[in-house]
Design a protein around this ligand. Structure first.
Ligand code: 4DW
Ligand code: GAR
Length: 218
């Protein structure tokens, strides 16, 4: 690997399967990010125990004592990130909305994954809405975080077919497989300094020529 690994924090609220996929990828000596911290707002987040078992440093910042003072909650998170010399932040199923001032401090250094092909289906119930709309393709998106929910420059997307008879459970399971592939890849691109942002457009420096072939689905 050329250059030093970027010290990265993963923020979670629950299961942490994307976190686990990233931890696995980060075991590669050539992976350009090291996961220096996993932080959760819920003490019982399953991902917190997984990370601790993997020997990763964990932190718990409970949002409840802040009683809706989001600036104060975010300031506490910022304090923990700074204490751990964090350079990149990865939201992986982190369920608390972060304030504009926190988001701006981390502009182009904070990533999120969302289970739809953004900018379609921002918000909740993405699977039900994609099925209801009759989409033949759905998928997932890794993007830089901006103050507006589920907005921000897109780094990677994966298209996943919607199959006749799908329900939210079957579609979400298929999309999750793709999430676990693209999130580690997207983080590697950012941590490896291969990404430049211009407005909403991300340009990626690839080593291999990009496959531009058209794929027909269903
Ligand atoms: C997201 C958006 C809204 C809520 C939860 C998650 C998507 C990812 C995300 C997390 N934090 C973010 C984002 C984002 O896209 N943009 C910003 N911050 N600025 C949501 O409505 N959460 C509510 C609480 C849910 C819970 O605790 O279960 C909330 O009130 O924060
Ligand atoms: C993932 O499906 C992720 O795309 C979604 O939460 C799940 C977290 O799972 N995120 C959002 O909906 C954000 N808007 P995980 O904890 O197993 O990684």
């Amino acid at each position: 690997m050329s250059g030093r690994k970027k010290r990265t924090a993963i923020l979670i609220s629950g299961r942490g399967s994307n976190m686990t996929a990233i931890l696995k990828a980060a075991r590669d000596p050539d992976y350009p990010a090291e996961i220096a911290l996993v932080l959760a707002n819920n003490a019982d987040a399953k991902g917190l125990a997984t990370a601790a078992n993997e020997g990763i440093k964990t932190a718990h910042v409970d949002h409840r004592p802040f009683k809706g003072d989001r600036e104060a909650f975010d300031a506490e998170i910022q304090k923990v990130l700074e204490a751990n010399d964090i350079e990149l932040v990865v939201l992986a199923g982190f369920m608390r909305i972060l304030t504009a001032s926190f988001v701006e401090r981390w502009t182009d250094r904070m990533l999120n994954i969302h289970p739809s092909l953004l900018p379609s289906f921002k918000g909740l119930h993405t699977y039900e809405r994609a099925i209801e709309a009759g989409c033949r393709l759905s998928g997932c998106t890794v993007h830089f975080v901006r103050a507006d929910m589920d907005s921000g420059p897109i780094i990677c997307q994966a298209a996943v077919p919607v199959i006749d008879g799908d329900d939210a459970d079957s579609l979400s399971a298929r999309i999750l497989v793709a999430e676990h592939q693209i999130y580690p890849q997207a983080l590697a691109l950012v941590a490896g300094d291969r990404v430049t942002v211009d407005g909403m457009r991300v340009t990626i420096r690839h080593d291999e020529p990009v496959d531009g072939s058209v794929q027909l689905v269903n």
